[in-house]
Design a protein around this ligand. Structure first.
Ligand code: FES
Length: 131
């Protein structure tokens, strides 16, 4: 059995305000991990699909998003839905989406376009301290 998966790298592009940063990561890495390990500034909170702060707009150069990112879990879909964010795969939670192939582009500017606080203020389990 080959251990090439341990050394294989794929590329991801993070964009913010039109500026692109291409980084390398291991296949299967979460977008959030790829960003943090490469010192890309990204908004996040729980890292566990609870707070909703890590949403990014995504697109794939090739062949498509379905084969370039892991499928959404029901938990991720539920959280996106609570925040009234698209469920068509164009927005993903960086702490959940795993990069499977090169060509994914994640737009971090999207993070300034929505506030999870407004949508999730009734989520007592996460916001106990504030509400
Ligand atoms: S960091 Fe909280 S949902 Fe992703």
């Amino acid at each position: 059995m080959s251990d090439s998966s341990k050394t294989e790298k794929i590329s991801v592009v993070f964009t913010r305000d039109g500026i692109k940063s291409q980084v390398e990561t291991r296949p299967g890495s979460k977008l959030l991990v790829a960003a943090i390990k490469n010192k890309i500034e990204i908004r996040y909170g729980c890292s566990a699909c609870r707070c909703g702060t890590c949403g990014v707009a995504v697109q794939a150069a090739a062949p498509d998003l379905k084969s370039s990112l892991s499928e959404m879990t029901s938990q991720e879909k539920d959280l996106l839905e609570k925040m009234s964010l698209p469920l068509d795969g164009s927005v993903r939670l960086a702490c959940q989406a795993r990069v499977l192939a090169s060509g994914v582009e994640a737009d971090l500017s999207f993070q300034s376009t929505y506030s999870p606080d407004d949508a999730l203020e009734d989520e007592d389990d996460y916001y106990d301290d504030e509400y």
